[in-house]
Design a protein around this ligand. Sequence first.
Ligand code: AMP
Length: 432
Amino acid sequence: MSNSGYQAPLGTEDILPDKIGLWRFVEDTARTILGRYGYSEIRTPIFEYTSLFNRSIGEVTDIVEKEMYTFQRNSDDKDDKDSITLRPELTAPVVRAYLEHNLDKIKRFQKLYYIGPLFRHERPQKGRKRQFHQMGVEALGSTDYLLDVEVIDLAMSYFEALGIKDCQLKINSIGCPACRDVYREVLKKSLDKHKPSLCASCQERYQRNIFRILDCKKPDCRKAAGTVETFEKYLCPDCRQHFDGVKAGLDAVGVKYQVSAQLVRGFDYYTRTIFEITHGSLGAQDALCGGGRYDNLVQELGGEPTGAVGFALGLERTILALEALQVSVPANPTPGVYIITTGQAHRAVAFKLLKELRKRGVSADMDFEIKSVKAQFRSADKSGARFVATIGDDEARNNTVKLKDMARSEEKEINIQEFLTDKSINDLIGQK
Ligand code: AMP
């Protein structure tokens, strides 16, 4: 319970220092792997004009219909009058930036990645927040099926590098608009007789976005969805060839997958390959990553026809999986040297030494609560420092420190200048 009476808003989370090690681990590992696959980072604003999301995600989707944080500012500034929305996803902002800055003209094929917060007004629960973080990639400028394979392999390799084993990968193809028109009719016909048993949302989806009935979690809707023929059967020859290429590519690099006819995704912009990665440790919200190809989005947002594929993975859920699997992550940094003084008079010398050590690239700390000597030793112990340097009356007089190597339990008195250039201290330079 809060001390102050104030709490973080519902569905948001403070990331406290004891969790930062985990966050750094997932972010640093991401950057390492992304670099290896040739992706460059892009950072876009936290909010965009609302019309960008309405246009790209699709009007008849959960996100646009009920989950966006949208603001209208009334001021004399013309631009301010436009409606703005906290970004609920990052594919559309990245495509907007790609076109706005003519990245396509500089180099048509671009591999971009992002890491950052997103906002959706959802019912908060474990693994479902109103502010959450995603790492995602967008590879723009190619329709090559091998790029789908690379993107999927990248996501799977990332989880593997983190130590999250046994991820389940589901893939499907939802074709191009032409085969989708054909399949929509097939769905309408087959689901017509099941209409009365569908949930209220799916009754509406039947009219407005029938594909979404396929991934409804309600038992009766699942049953109805199980009776319809798969999309794969109705793919046009080009889309079929593409999907076969993706499957063969995944087989070739040993990425295990399951083709799931029930897989559809909550955005309108997807074409052909779609995929989802789940993990059994996560309970109801088990999706770690979702992605796919979106060959029409760039054109939809005003660019030339441009093939593109990407994914977004949730960092909160990735961390939940790491915790469930008790994967050990690098500990928070500990100081190389902790300085202790036996009296107020020596604190100025200690502080100067602290500054010298830090200037040399050694992480160092001292007491700032004017604690007793005994309590300072306890703090030094708790900090996990490799060396403890004590300055007492004798040391101050002799211009020395008493240096204790905590790992070896060895102690020696050493001149301050020598101490600063001592091998053991040099070894600490640059250590985190
Ligand atoms: P999406 O952008 O909906 O395709 O989601 C991609 C991934 O982001 C999901 O697989 C989740 O891991 C994560 N994610 C989506 N929505 C939320 C949320 N509200 N809270 C936490 N993670 C989320």
